[in-house]
Design a protein around this ligand. Sequence first.
Ligand code: XUL
Ligand code: CO
Length: 434
Amino acid sequence: MTTFFRDIAPIAYEGPSSSNPLAFRHYNPNEMVLGKRLEDHLRFAIAYWHSFAWEGGDPFGGQTLVRPWHPQNRMETAKLKADAAFEMFDVLGQPYFCWHDADVRPEGDSFAESLRNFEEIIEYFEEKMASRKVRLLWGTANMFSHRRWMSGASTNPDPDVFAYSAATVKTCMDATHRLNGENYVLWGGREGYETLLNTDMGRELDHMGRFLNMVVDYKHKIGFKGTILVEPKPQEPSKHQYDFDAATCFGFLQKYGLENEVKLNLEQGHAILAGHSFEHEIATAAALGVFGSIDMNRNDYQSGWDTDQFPNNVPEVALSYYHILKAGGLGTGGTNFDAKLRRQSLDAEDLIAAHVGGMDICARGLKAAAAMLEDGGLEAELQARYAAWETTEAKSMLASDFDTIFADVISGKINPQPKSGRQEVLENYVNRFV
Ligand code: XUL
Ligand code: CO
């Protein structure tokens, strides 16, 4: 056992008036919101990679975080890292965690050795999970860090890398299934290009479509009941990534016949990089029937890269959950903190405080969203705005054709009268809740 978090007691809910930095002020897991426990709405997950595998490096400097489980290239330290992770899960009491294969096990000298290491850690997780409530939200394969993936995984010009990727995802799906994971995620950081000068885009998209079909076939073959999720991101590390945003992913899924099999894991920071708001991505996925899960971190609005900070903006978070609740909630998905500390935040307490704050912000946001839904103000405005579409005239116009419509317009029967969009009224309304 590590004793990394030894001085920190399990975090309790103390209510909004508490000034204890290591207490929840808004996240009371048992609080009922819209007839459901807050914990069951939010389904928080901790990202193993940023909390335990990331060492604090950035493009200009190396490791700043020094942990008892460093260096991470040995099985003993991988187990120490797992001990620390589960200790933190005990402190925070969140219901889920997530991993990449490469976060949890040291890379071996061969595929077979990497797999042996991985399976030993999965067994270690299994033992730890047996006596705890924490479950696996999703597993995923890291097919972007090792140099073999530098030109892509399923989109690599080398078929051997496609094969290595397929074998890798098979092992990660097996491990996810074994731990009763509720989803399986694919994020293609290197599925894209650095330059079109050396890229056959049509071929790469076909290979990526074939690969995802193999993922879905394998899911059914092994009887995995979880949801397959693709995570959009427009760029970084690649100059351009094929899974650019929710709408692009939907087009891709449709082209390869996967729109009923695969959903999306949306991330706030990736939405910002794509030039969207997070609620835009959620509303798009919901409208297209592919909303799945979220990674709730945030980007710095000035830096132009993926800073993966813990969320701290209540109005933004509230609008995100508003669209999630409207879409029917998170389903098998969850709220994963794909967020990391700043590289100067060295202490065990920083890691706990970051999650406590993130969970509290999400709880505040979700409660505000629920209050707006219960009040019904936005929904009433929406219905009023589209009310004319409920008339028989509008319905039969929509079912008619250009010539019929033209006849009604030229005769003067139809003569549009502009109406206010009431944006400021609506913004003021939202401000009453956040
Ligand atoms: C990278 C990112 C990933 C995925 C899982 O930006 O978000 O960590 O969530 O591979
Ligand atoms: Co993510």
